[in-house]
Write a protein that binds this ligand. Structure first.
Ligand SMILES: Nc1ncnc2c1ncn2[C@@H]1O[C@H](COP(=O)(O)OP(=O)(O)OP(=O)(O)O)[C@@H](O)[C@H]1O
Length: 280
């Protein structure tokens, strides 16, 4: 992570990034703080968040409810302006939603009148991609998420997991540099959730984009994150940045064994203790 102490807040960010090592590839969150409200009702939600992400990172953000995870994601998506600090992608300050950043939410929010394939094509249509080309690209991403057989179905004919896979394909089809996911599996039943966790690992291995996933679930973070960030609240801040030692050993055939291994149970205990320390 590059030095930031001398960098003034939002206003000077553009110049600072142009002149700094942030011109290197990747995503930098620099001295990000966020407050909501004004005057007496003002409260700080995020405090001096510093993160440097590579473009092929799978990073999970863990933290208790209200610690500012979604607020952080909203800043990264360009939906919320930070009170200070900035986000840079490949050295360019990022302040509003762009095709470089894709977002997948807890609910798939598919267009009900479009088929799964039609939903995947939608972003491409908005980007002006020709009909022939967008059909080709949509077919590739439908295949990547394993939905070929359901491509023509309308959203109400899809299961919860299928809807989320469609939403993921729709986001990936526009080829964002970073894919932000806000508890994408939390509305799914346990079995579907597990299938989705395995699936998303494969998709990440295939696409090698930066996946930034918010979760409440320690097991999910351990199964998915190559890197796990733990946040504490009041105000929201990063208290741990861990390289997951189990990440490389997890695949479809080891998934269940790793989950019941001593190393996994120890890591889970450490992470739960860290999160619980937020309430002490
Ligand atoms: N638009 C807003 N205006 C005012 N306060 C907000 C707004 N959005 C979020 N907050 C407050 O900011 C704090 C952080 O909320 P945020 O949703 O970012 O946390 P979170 O860690 O994602 O929570 P959860 O895990 O429960 O989804 C909370 O106290 C919340 O009430």
């Amino acid at each position: 992570m590059y030095a930031t102490t001398h960098i003034p807040k939002v206003i000077a960010a553009d110049a600072a990034v142009r002149n700094s090592s942030a011109a290197s590839p990747g995503i930098q969150l620099v001295d990000l703080s966020l407050s909501y409200g004004k005057g007496k009702s003002e409260f700080q939600v995020l405090h001096q968040i510093e993160l440097s992400l590579s473009l092929d990172e799978f990073i999970c953000i863990l933290g208790p409810s209200g610690c500012g995870k979604s607020s952080l994601l909203n800043i990264m998506a360009g939906y919320t302006k930070p009170s200070s600090g900035y986000v840079a992608i490949d050295g360019n300050v990022h302040t509003k939603p762009t095709s470089q950043v894709g977002v997948v939410f807890q609910h798939a929010n598919l267009f009900p009148w479009l088929s799964a394939a039609g939903n995947v094509e939608f972003g491409l249509r908005m980007a002006g991609v020709s009909k022939q080309k967008r059909k080709e690209i949509a077919a590739q991403y439908i295949e990547l998420v394993g939905l070929e057989a359901a491509a023509k179905r309308l959203p109400h004919q899809l299961s919860g997991g299928m809807k989320q896979r469609t939403a993921l394909a729709r986001t990936l089809a526009t080829e964002p540099r970073i894919v932000l996911m806000d508890e994408p599996f939390s509305a799914l039943d346990a079995l579907t959730r597990e299938a989705m966790q395995l699936h998303i690992r494969k998709i990440w291995q295939h696409t090698r984009r930066c996946f930034f996933l918010i979760t409440h679930d320690v097991d999910e973070a351990l199964l998915l994150g190559r890197r796990i960030i733990v946040m504490h609240p009041n105000p929201g801040r990063i208290v741990q940045d861990i390289a997951n030692p189990l990440f490389d050993s997890i695949n479809e055939s080891t998934f269940h064994d790793v989950r019941s291994s001593k190393a996994f149970i120890n890591m889970r205990y450490q992470l739960l203790s860290l999160i619980a320390a937020a309430n002490v």
